[in-house]
Design a protein around this ligand. Structure first.
Ligand code: C2E
Ligand code: MG
Ligand code: MG
Ligand code: MG
Length: 280
């Protein structure tokens, strides 16, 4: 795009653009190519109940750049959001998760969905096509939507979520507690589960407020008949406090980092996840 402008304009533009912006631009092109070549990988993080029984997995995208190494998903997802690649990235991750899920019977598979995907008018139609093509059961999948990105009163987003629920998908509100109007979302959106943000979990045992907040979220979930899971559980102490607060499902490095589909195959066979060595 820059090359199309006049020579003077091009130079001026290049100098003005700071290094971070230039990197973003380069990565945009590389991400486009990576998606076209199928170079983005999926890893899966086990979700377990308090006894370590495998209850589900969350699909997380990984991109290893040939020169720059691993690019964090929070970064490349934001690039994709900005340059319109999020639709491709989103359909790609859904396809991969759908394909891999067939190895794990009816195990619940969480897939992160960006708010911009939900705003795409034909999102439900494209998802339905993919469901048909790969012959999967939507009831096996939980779509994770980050609370902070939902628009409070956007009727189209609400309608899209209802359509997805009607197809059989369940919905989780991701990073719960970090957004602006958590409580009103819970009433407005057809949500099945809350994922308590890991910032609250990280502070468990460090301050009394976090423990009170987690306890309140669990009670709220129960009152609204929603299930609840804690993310980012790293220590046995956090696990114990969560169990004490009534949160019986967790995800975090204490049990496992996100791993390849092959490793989930093994966990699925044994159905249980041992505490990881470094954290136990
Ligand atoms: P998220 O959906 O909240 O995913 C959980 C993040 O917490 C993951 O980071 C995971 O690796 C990390 N995590 C899990 N357990 C622990 C723990 O015990 N301690 C710590 N410190 N971290 C833990 P990751 O994979 O870097 O992903 C970051 C975010 O990027 C995700 O947050 C999600 O919002 C987004 N993302 C990842 N994959 C996708 C995708 O396929 N599509 C979309 N739209 N977004 C994605
Ligand atoms: Mg998530
Ligand atoms: Mg989260
Ligand atoms: Mg997060």
């Amino acid at each position: 795009r820059a090359k199309e402008t006049a020579k003077g304009g091009y130079c001026f533009y290049e100098i003005e653009m700071d290094a971070a912006m230039r990197t973003r631009r380069l990565l945009e092109t590389d991400l486009r190519d990576a998606l076209a070549r199928g170079d983005v990988q999926m890893v899966y993080q086990p979700q377990v109940n308090s006894r370590g029984v495998l209850s589900g997995v969350e699909a997380l995208a990984r991109w290893r750049h040939p020169e720059r190494g691993d690019i964090p998903p929070s970064y490349f997802v934001s690039i994709a959001e900005e340059c319109g690649l999020i639709v491709e990235l989103g359909m790609f991750t859904l396809r991969r998760a759908f394909e891999d899920s067939r190895r794990w019977g009816r195990l619940k598979v969480g897939v992160n969905i960006s708010a911009n995907q939900l705003r795409m008018k034909d999102f439900a139609v494209r998802v339905a096509e993919l469901v048909e093509e790969l012959n999967v059961d939507p009831r096996q999948f939980e779509l994770e939507i980050t609370e902070g990105f939902l628009l409070g009163d956007d009727p189209e987003t609400q309608d899209m979520l209802r359509q997805l629920r009607q197809m059989g998908f369940t919905l989780a509100l991701d990073d719960f507690g970090t957004g602006y109007s958590s409580l009103s979302y819970l009433k407005r959106y057809p949500i099945n589960r809350i994922k308590i943000d890991r910032s609250f979990i990280a502070n468990l045992g460090m301050d009394t407020e976090s423990e009170a907040v987690v306890g309140a979220i669990v009670k709220l979930a129960r009152a609204l008949k929603l299930s609840v899971i804690a993310e980012g559980v790293e220590t046995a102490d956090q696990l114990q406090r969560l169990t004490g607060a009534g949160c019986s499902e967790v995800q975090g490095f204490l049990f496992s980092r996100p791993v390849g589909a092959g490793e989930i195959d093994e966990l699925y066979r044994s159905r249980s996840v041992a505490l990881s060595q470094q954290s136990a």
